[in-house]
Design a protein around this ligand. Sequence first.
Ligand code: RP5
Length: 168
Amino acid sequence: MNADVSAAAPLVGVVMGSSSDWEVMQHAVAMLKEFGVPHEASVVSAHRMPDQMFAYAEAARGRGLRAIIAGAGGAAHLPGMIAAKTIVPVLGVPVPSKYLRGEDSLLSIVQMPKGVPVATFAIGEAGAANAALTAIAILAAGDEALATKLLAFRERQTQAALDMTLPA
Ligand code: RP5
């Protein structure tokens, strides 16, 4: 397990099935960094290291994680299997795959049977960034300073859209 741990005790865990997922999943980590949210990032492969995956999920709540962002591609069972072993909210990111462009990843993650939810996001970079923003929103419910940062982020986006111009 290859972990990149930020200074404080992590509140959000970012896991992915392979180092090849980093190109997409780095956008979740970048967003958490931008908001100063303590986090960790590691490779946890569902089919290549299932024992470590279960250990990660089982320990998550006790270690203080408040959300887990899980990205995987292809037969993307990582988010669902982590969700099966913890009540910490799991935010699933479908990583684009070689042959089916991530549609396989999306359907694998989104179609969880009733009872064990995985909140599923868009395929790729937008999904990774939005999963982080959702983790931030979950934490902001009990953290006014973080809520203020999130509101300011939204206001900057609004202003950027208001400032947009089109060619004459
Ligand atoms: C999945 O298989 C990973 O999440 C990755 O998206 C995909 C390919 O993995 P590698 O062959 O690049 O390690 O488990």
